[in-house]
Design a protein. Structure first.
Length: 380
């Protein structure tokens, strides 16, 4: 008996200590803008990312960035993290790796941004799309890349990169725009005539044969299971909603122009109570600008713009609380519960960029975001 007590008195403090250490390691709330430690204590390196829910688990895919950034270039690829509670994330390693072969267009030094993953019920495969720029060419190529995997965490097999919708007109492109003859060289950039010409399809015509530009992007699956690749096209002036084939690996050629000439980037969409909502940013590179909200009853319909969804100080609203949208996350098991996910970029050290997650709140039927330095899911 004495021995047992002696043993217990030794074991108990050890158990208590490990309990305390474990509790300290866990994240209990969202702290936007702060370092967000994964289960190994390292800041989550998944930027410009998106999340899918599969088999009772959330999977977060994002840009895996160098600790000291080499400007915009990618040296690793796409990371994947998993979580059951949205607060504590396990690093699942690289889902898609750059290819260590200088003849590959996916070799280190290319640009891999804003990766998003979908699960395809018909094929049972996971499909990853990402914005892809070629090494040494800045953001000129404006390609979208696709990779596929049998396992959610990867490894994803790179298939190809392309400019979508070559040789097809957008579904909502009037006949007279197709025939217009005004050329880029005839107009002074950013003049009023140039802006009208852009709205009336200047760049759609220019890129008709080579395929439309695809930079900032997201993926969206509609209620009927059809998936769309949504991307900044036309020199980032217009968004294109491009329908994907049933296996999600290619484009059908059905696409529409959305908010032509309005310079939207960083699209993030969700559907709730009969309406589609889209968060976007303006086009100021890594610097934050005022977020924009657009609303439509139909994905292919007219989008109205109720304005800036931020409800902070004037300064905070001008910079979306120091963030740029990347995804709107639907919280499982809770009705009408969504989280705004944004990036607070640190261009000189992209790995240190902070995650700005804020609860979506509602005002007159529209989503709005407010700043909370420390919050949890009870807020939703
Ligand atoms: C932003 C874009 C980012 C990245 C950056 C590069 O506008 O949203 O994903 O491409 O420009 O400057």
């Amino acid at each position: 008996m004495k021995m047992l007590f002696k043993k217990l008195s030794l074991i108990f403090p050890i158990l208590l200590l490990s309990f305390i250490v474990n509790c300290q390691d866990l994240n209990h709330s969202f702290k936007p803008g702060q370092i967000w430690p994964d289960t190994e204590g390292k800041h989550i390196n998944a930027h410009g990312g998106g999340i899918i829910f599969y088999n009772d688990t959330y999977y977060w895919f994002g840009e895996y960035r160098l600790v000291r950034s080499d400007k915009d270039r990618s040296h690793y690829g796409v990371s994947c993290y998993s979580s059951k509670d949205l607060l504590n994330w396990k690093n699942e390693g690289l889902a898609l790796k750059v290819i260590n072969d200088t003849t590959s267009i996916l070799s280190p030094g290319c640009v891999i941004e804003r990766p998003k993953v979908l699960f395809n019920k018909k094929t049972g495969k996971f499909v990853l799309w990402f914005h892809h720029e070629l090494k040494g060419q800045g953001y000129k190529a404006a390609l979208t890349g696709v990779a596929v995997s049998d396992n959610i965490t990867g490894p994803y097999k790179y298939i190809r990169s392309l400019r979508p919708n070559a040789n097809v007109w957008p579904l909502n492109f009037p006949e007279e725009y197709k025939k217009a003859t005004v050329k880029e060289g005839d107009l002074k950039s950013w003049s009023d005539e140039w802006k009208v010409a852009v709205r009336e399809g200047l760049f759609v015509r220019r890129d008709f044969t080579g395929g439309q530009m695809a930079r900032d992007m997201t993926l969206f699956v509609d209620k009927d299971g059809k998936a769309y690749h949504i991307h900044s096209a036309e020199e980032n002036m217009t968004l294109h909603f491009s329908e994907l084939t049933d296996d999600y690996l290619d484009f059908t050629g059905n696409y529409i122009r959305v908010l032509p000439g309005e310079s939207n980037e960083a699209p993030a969409l969700f559907f709730n109570k009969g309406k589609y909502f889209m968060f976007t940013s303006g086009t100021t590179g890594w610097k934050p600008n005022p977020a924009r909200l657009s609303v439509s009853k139909k994905l292919s319909g007219e989008w109205s713009s109720p304005g800036n969804p931020c409800r902070g100080t004037e300064e905070e609203n001008k910079i979306t609380f120091g963030s740029q949208s990347t995804h709107i996350l639907a919280v499982q098991g809770k009705k009408d519960a969504f989280i705004y996910m944004g990036d607070r970029w640190t261009p000189d050290n992209l790995a240190d960029s902070r995650h700005i997650w804020l609860p979506i709140e509602w005002e007159k039927g529209n989503p709005v975001i407010k700043w909370y330095p420390n919050w949890n899911l009870n807020k939703l």
